[in-house]
Design a protein around this ligand. Structure first.
Ligand SMILES: Cc1cc2nc3c(=O)[nH]c(=O)nc-3n(C[C@H](O)[C@H](O)[C@H](O)COP(=O)(O)O)c2cc1C
Length: 346
């Protein structure tokens, strides 16, 4: 009898995980239980930061990290969006969240589990030195090939390439996963995790064929029985979304993909009249009201184009091994249709 198949992956080897499958950062509300479930299932879960404007954010993030350690013995990651101010200095919230993560891994019990920090949004160079000295694996998320090359030159260990169809903050210059994947994989030598629009074995097989070492998903994992930190209305809303119903809106710091709600119309009305700090606090509040409180019209609800293809709630422990099995079956199916010419054929 043969056992289940497996997929070799530089990324999985680097992290010490069984499956090259990542649940990505889904801020600004808590994803501790979801992250632990994904890591326990053999993938890599990601703890998200509590928001850009929460004055207690750093202490809350530390508590999230400790809670995740109490729920899993396996590797997990933390996501921190990073940016610079007009003078080139790292933004205070990025500096303090990165500081919390770097400080946490001084504790060997945490360092054994918290293996990776994924920076996103701005360029990683601004926090590279402090992460490089911490022993953490540094992944950086990009939406373009030039950003990927620059991040690799800055010394990051892993590139997460996310296509324009991804949920949440997407990219000013729209490059979709199918185009982005091969370009980034050809341009950098470090492992590439591909994200944006993936929800099943066909998508994961495609990502591997495009050159990726691993896949990451956001929206698919939101609609999960294990995402118990969030209000169940959010997952139901994704399930109810029809193909093409998602929208890209101007989200203060750049475009973001979400489900259409009254909040997006309200934002369009106030965005030219209100200063950026007020707008950022407004948006954090509306994101949290969607994720924590299940307010589906007052909330801002980031979600990917893939929402229209998601029709059910998953159990992560079953989903991840089944996803990998399905991926292997898809790849075998494609291979069985390939006819290589024999030396004797005319
Ligand atoms: C609800 C939601 C919140 C998100 N929050 C963050 C975040 O805080 N930081 C980040 O880097 N990306 C964030 N993203 C993007 C995801 O990390 C990931 O790149 C994206 O969901 C992948 O595309 P997919 O949704 O098609 O799977 C968010 C996405 C969603 C759906």
């Amino acid at each position: 009898m043969t056992g289940p198949g497996s997929i070799t992956s530089r990324f999985a080897d680097l992290l010490g995980i069984r499956y090259p499958v990542v649940q990505e950062g889904l801020g600004p509300y808590k994803t501790v239980k979801l992250a632990a479930a994904v890591s326990n299932a053999g993938g890599l879960g990601t703890v998200s930061i509590p928001g850009l404007t929460d004055p207690d954010g750093p202490a809350v993030l530390r508590a999230y990290i400790e809670e995740a350690c109490s729920l899993t013995d396996r590797p997990f990651a933390v996501n921190v969006p990073v940016g610079r101010d007009a003078t080139g200095k790292v933004l205070p919230f990025s500096a303090s969240y990165v500081g919390v993560v770097v400080d946490a891994v001084q504790d060997p019990e945490i360092a054994r589990r918290l293996r990776m920090i994924t920076t996103s949004a701005g360029a990683p160079g601004v926090v590279r030195d402090v992460i490089a000295d911490s022993g953490l694996i540094h992944a950086h998320k990009v939406g373009g090939t030039r950003q990927a090359v620059r991040a690799a030159q800055d010394g990051v260990d892993v590139i997460v390439a996310s296509g324009y169809e991804a949920g949440g903050h997407t990219h000013a210059r729209p490059v979709h996963t199918m185009v982005l994947g091969p370009s980034v994989c050809a341009a950098v030598d470090v492992p590439v995790v591909l994200a944006g629009g993936i929800h099943n074995g066909a998508g994961m097989a495609a990502a591997l064929a495009l050159g990726a070492d691993a896949v990451a998903m956001g929206t698919r994992f939101v609609a999960s029985h294990d995402n118990t930190d969030w209000h169940p209305n959010y997952a139901q809303k994704i399930i109810d979304t029809a193909e093409g119903d998602d929208v890209v809106f101007s989200a203060i710091y750049g475009p973001s993909r979400a489900l259409p709600t009254r909040a997006l119309r309200e934002l369009a009305e106030i965005e030219d009249r209100v200063d950026i700090d007020t707008l950022t606090a407004w948006k954090d509040d509306r994101l949290i009201r969607g994720q924590r409180d299940g307010e589906m019209e007052a909330g801002v609800l980031p979600a990917g184009n893939v929402s229209g293809a998601i029709t059910d709630l998953i159990h992560v422990a079953e989903f991840i091994p089944a996803l990998v099995e399905e991926t292997i079956a898809v790849l075998d199916g494609v291979r069985s249709r390939v006819r290589t010419p024999s030396p004797t054929s005319p």
